[in-house]
Design a protein around this ligand. Structure first.
Ligand code: ATP
Length: 252
């Protein structure tokens, strides 16, 4: 269980996280939504240790991880996809995944090796399969599409075998078809990996289609947390965020 209790983060006069309390049960798939500047990315940065809260607790199981070093939080099982695929321009997709796997299993002497141990190669091959990247596995990371780079970012996070995976706008910058393909892959990874997955997303159709629970932020505070149906019909959410035109119930 990942649980935030009364978490506050301010930047000067800006309250980016305003007494946020949220639960992400083990194995759940949740979306975090909210208008620009609502505090979504700040929330992720607090969970991963890239920001230290002013107050409040961030519990992973029984342990308060608030303010821990990011690397320690990763070792505790909280992964996040960063836009890093492009920083391996001279490696192939498969090699980048092998390097990530090797770093995770403390075989860093094999990080850049042309002949990694079979266990490392096997795990990287499993990830390629899981991500559906077989067709581009031998291509240089710099030569793959934007969508494949985002997938690889997720794969690099998965190589560390997280219990909790955070994805900040996995479908950003993609066309409609590619978005759905990406989110279907994300859902499949979640189903097969049995991890807790939390993603930030602006596309409401995607959010309503794939999420078990949705957390709505506004001005840093939680406006609502619930299922797609609960969020869709929540009057405060409709007023504040969704707009009445598209989401009000049609008369029978
Ligand atoms: N490092 C920082 N220094 C100062 N202010 C910050 C910093 N990070 C975030 N903020 C402010 O905190 C508020 C929340 O920002 P945050 O990036 O978390 O929002 P968001 O919901 O992720 O927005 P978006 O959808 O545009 O990415 C904003 O007012 C932002 O300007």
């Amino acid at each position: 269980m990942l649980r935030l209790e009364n978490v506050v983060k301010t930047f000067g006069g800006v309250v980016a996280t305003d007494h946020v309390s949220l639960d992400f049960p083990d194995g759940s798939l949740s979306a975090v939504i909210g208008p620009n500047g609502a505090g979504k990315t700040t929330l992720f940065n607090l969970i991963t240790g890239h920001l230290v809260p002013d107050s409040g607790r961030i519990l992973l199981g029984d342990q308060d991880i608030a303010g821990m070093e990011p690397a320690r939080i990763v070792r505790k099982g909280v992964g996040r996809a960063f836009q890093v695929a492009s920083i391996f321009p001279t490696m192939t997709v498969e090699q980048a995944l092998m390097a990530a796997v090797a770093s995770h299993v403390h075989m860093s002497e094999h990080l850049l090796s042309a002949f990694p141990p079979p266990s490392v190669r096997q795990r990287a091959e499993e990830l390629v399969e899981l991500l559906g990247m077989g067709g581009v596995a031998r291509l240089l990371c710099s030569n793959i599409s934007h969508g494949d780079q985002k997938l690889l970012d997720i794969g690099l996070a998965l190589a560390l075998e997280p219990r909790v995976l955070l994805l900040d706008e996995p479908t950003a910058g993609m066309g409609p078809e590619e978005r759905w393909q990406m989110i279907r892959t994300v859902r499949r990874l979640w189903e097969q990996g049995r991890m807790t997955l939390v993603f930030i997303e602006h596309d409401m159709d995607i959010v309503f289609e794939v999420s078990q629970t949705i957390s709505v932020l506004r001005y840093g505070a939680v406006l609502a947390q619930g299922t797609a149906d609960e969020i869709r019909s929540n009057p405060e959410v409709i007023e504040a965020y969704l707009g009445t035109e598209n989401y009000e119930e049609q008369p029978a």
